[in-house]
Design a protein around this ligand. Structure first.
Ligand code: PLP
Length: 385
């Protein structure tokens, strides 16, 4: 049993395997025992090993222990849940906020809580899998619009005036491409067609905006995004997710969001680390500036070697390969030369767009970035991609 499916995946270069990674020091890890440059983590600011977060989590651990005991509706909200939600609402400039156990749980919990069969969801074709699954769970009809295509979105919106609600949902920074959704225009369309707008800031929280507050700060549209979701597990170096919005939205989610209601609450040390990360990001722009400078350096260096990449100010740099076998080959060659960057293949990305998804960290040194770029340059010359 199951072997046939596994061989199918193996034969099509689609088999995924876990490999053991340890010893992150800001730029390198040991992968199966070998020291390699880490270029696929979303811990963009290196906060997962920041002393302030570690101390906050350690103190919460001593004081509150490891587990939370039950769902917050069953055995109660802890002081650190309250504190974190207060901080998120401040950080995002909203009336209220609610934390979820993961971004996956947030998206699969929020979407079915706000729309159903009477409504319609308008979803970008490259949205994250957790949004797609949230749409499925909602039982709402879903109109998928072409990636960042405002005309297509408007055409679809204009045909749906009879629905109770129209929910536009999009990643702000697309997780596998690193490009940014045109949110100012999308929010205008939402207003014109009386639609709700939900934005997933998983890769924007702590990264985009003058103060790292995410895409709504970047575009200056805070008041126009009704459901602002983001995560603590990426640039914030912790774990979990949040949604920020009106008090009424949050109260509805507490009553309707099944991934919130029927899942054991986040443990206190995790909440403490997330709170500490929000404070750090809000008050210290240095890491974010270093990240952006690193991203620019890497982009320029690749460009000089004839490797074209899009130039969004985000830490995600996809190297497009086309087939899964090319992406796998490139990833193996990179690893041979000491660079860890995973091949991303269908169904994570559309057929024919397999890629190496490289990520830049604030903690990479100039030498790290130049070494990675030189390796890619040689492979480009060798015609590997
Ligand atoms: C990573 C990611 C998620 C899921 O967040 P987790 O906390 O890892 O479950 C949701 N949306 C997007 C766009 C992501 O990149």
């Amino acid at each position: 049993m199951f072997e046939q499916e596994l061989s199918y995946l193996r034969d099509h270069n689609l088999l995924r395997q876990l490999s053991r990674v340890e010893g992150f020091d800001g730029s390198h890890v040991r992968l199966e025992g070998k020291n390699v440059l880490l270029m696929c983590s979303n811990d963009y600011l290196g906060l997962s090993i920041h002393p302030t977060l570690i101390q906050a989590a350690g103190e919460a651990l001593e004081r509150y222990g490891t587990g939370s005991g039950a769902s917050r509706l069953v055995s109660g909200t802890g002081p650190l849940h309250e504190e974190l939600e207060y901080k998120v609402a401040q950080f995002k400039g909203t009336e209220a906020a609610l934390v979820f156990n993961t971004g996956y749980a947030a998206n699969t919990g929020i979407i079915p809580a706000v729309v159903d069969e009477r409504d319609v969801i308008l979803s970008d074709s490259l949205n994250h899998a957790s949004i797609i699954d949230g749409c499925r769970l909602s039982k709402s009809p879903v109109d998928v619009y072409r990636h960042c295509d405002l005309d297509h979105l408007e055409t679809l919106l204009s045909k749906r005036s009879a629905c109770r609600r129209r929910l536009i949902v999009t990643d702000s920074v697309f997780s596998m491409d690193g490009d940014i959704a045109p949110l100012r225009d999308i929010s205008s369309l939402a207003e014109k067609y009386d639609a709700l707008l939900m934005v997933d800031d998983a890769h924007a929280t702590g990264i985009l905006g003058e103060n790292g507050r995410g895409s709504s700060e970047h575009f200056g549209i805070s008041g126009n995004v009704h459901i602002q979701m983001g995560t603590f597990g990426k640039a914030l170096g912790s774990f979990g997710a949040y949604v920020a919005g009106t008090r009424a939205l949050i109260d509805l989610l507490v009553n309707r969001s099944r991934s919130f209601m029927y899942s054991t609450a986040l443990p206190a040390p995790v909440c403490a680390a997330s709170s500490a990360a929000l404070d750090l990001v809000a008050h210290d722009p240095l890491l974010r500036k270093r990240l952006l400078a690193n991203r620019e350096k890497f982009g320029r260096s690749l460009h000089a070697r004839g490797i074209a990449i899009a130039d969004a100010p985000t830490p995600i740099v996809p190297i497009l390969c086309g087939t899964s076998s090319t992406a796998l080959r490139l990833s193996h060659e990179l690893l041979d030369q000491g660079v860890f960057a995973s091949a991303i293949r269908p169904p994570t990305v559309p057929q024919g767009t397999s890629r190496i998804r490289m990520t830049i960290l604030a903690t990479h040194t100039d030498q790290d970035l130049e070494a990675a770029s030189a390796i890619l340059g040689r492979m480009k010359q060798d015609g590997i991609f």
